[in-house]
Design a protein around this ligand. Structure first.
Ligand SMILES: [Zn+2]
Length: 137
């Protein structure tokens, strides 16, 4: 069997995978659900989001609040933010965090953990084994 045939075979095997199986393997962060209350914003589904990211909430907040340029705190399942925010803005900040601190730069999978070494942070991937220094953006 030459390489060409092998590739065709792979191609065929992939096409046999049902459409929803392909979808469920994709990493999707829940979009923020907001409640605005007297000039403050609550991310109602924050617990769900931070569980999906599988990161320490304090680490997330340290970066997220600085980027959002506001103060905030966790209140039960929700995240309280001082000021009014639009959904798109907060979703984008969460996506940025995900790219920098959750998704592996090599294989793009979320099965990673943050490792600290002195002042440096590394993202260690459990899926492909890559270990890359995190550059703060
Ligand atoms: Zn990886």
């Amino acid at each position: 069997m030459d390489l060409n045939d092998y590739e065709k075979l792979l191609d065929r095997a992939y096409k046999k995978i049902p459409e929803n199986a392909k979808k469920s393997s994709r990493f999707e962060i829940p979009k923020v659900v907001l409640r605005i209350e007297s000039k403050n914003t609550f991310i109602v589904n924050f617990a769900k989001i931070i569980n999906t990211l599988n990161r320490d909430a304090r680490h997330f907040l340290g970066i997220f609040l600085k980027k959002a340029g506001t103060m905030g705190e966790i209140r039960g399942q929700q995240l309280f933010l001082k000021s009014i925010y639009k959904e798109q803005v907060l979703n984008r900040l969460i996506e940025d965090y995900t790219k920098n601190y959750v998704l592996c730069n090599v294989c793009n999978k979320p099965d990673t953990e943050i490792q600290r070494e002195g002042k440096k942070l590394f993202l260690k991937c459990g899926a492909c084994g890559a270990r890359l220094e995190i550059k703060e953006k």
